[in-house]
Design a protein around this ligand. Sequence first.
Ligand SMILES: *[C@@H]1O[C@H](CO)[C@@H](O)[C@H](O)[C@H]1NC(C)=O
Length: 196
Amino acid sequence: DADRCESCYGAESEDIRCCNTCDDVREAYRRRGWAFKNPDTIEQCKREGFSQKMQEQKNEGCQVYGFLEVNKVAGNFHFAPGKSFQQSHVHVHDLQSFGLDNINMTHYIKHLSFGRDYPGIVNPLDGTDVTAQQASMMFQYFVKVVPTVYMKVDGEVVRTNQFSVTRHEKIANGLIGDQGLPGVFVLYDTCHPEEN
Ligand SMILES: *[C@@H]1O[C@H](CO)[C@@H](O)[C@H](O)[C@H]1NC(C)=O
């Protein structure tokens, strides 16, 4: 029935009045800041075989690429399983539906740079190949970004950044929050020229 209006299990809002699919319910939960814990108790998800799909995909990896525009202040970006949402001003991921205890964070960083490249620039994370020795590891890359001006012989000026990095890893304890979310985290900070 195209005109049906199924329940959002209490997460209805102005924008989302009906949840006719499992994704609708997830989105409604996400906007409320609710964790999406038991897909098997949600009719729409049962109907669509959500848990089954998760099972089928559980050994798959993914390839991520793109650009981020950020302010020149400290921050982080991360690759972690689950949909993210805000809960009491904390950024969390609803990874319960993936099974908390067996996430393999093996990863390969093909390229990461902060700004344009110039001839001979060294981006120290390029080609980083890390095998997770244990399940549900949290990998952290602490990056110090150094603003750099490169002048070509023809006078063209490239304003870009170099960076240095230290890596830290630990076993995520499975709790949600910055204590232990399995994933790959890049935590960056910039050196301000006036400090030097
Ligand atoms: C994670 O996957 C990689 C690549 O398939 C494998 O070498 C590694 O042993 C796995 N780690 C765990 C903890 O299962």
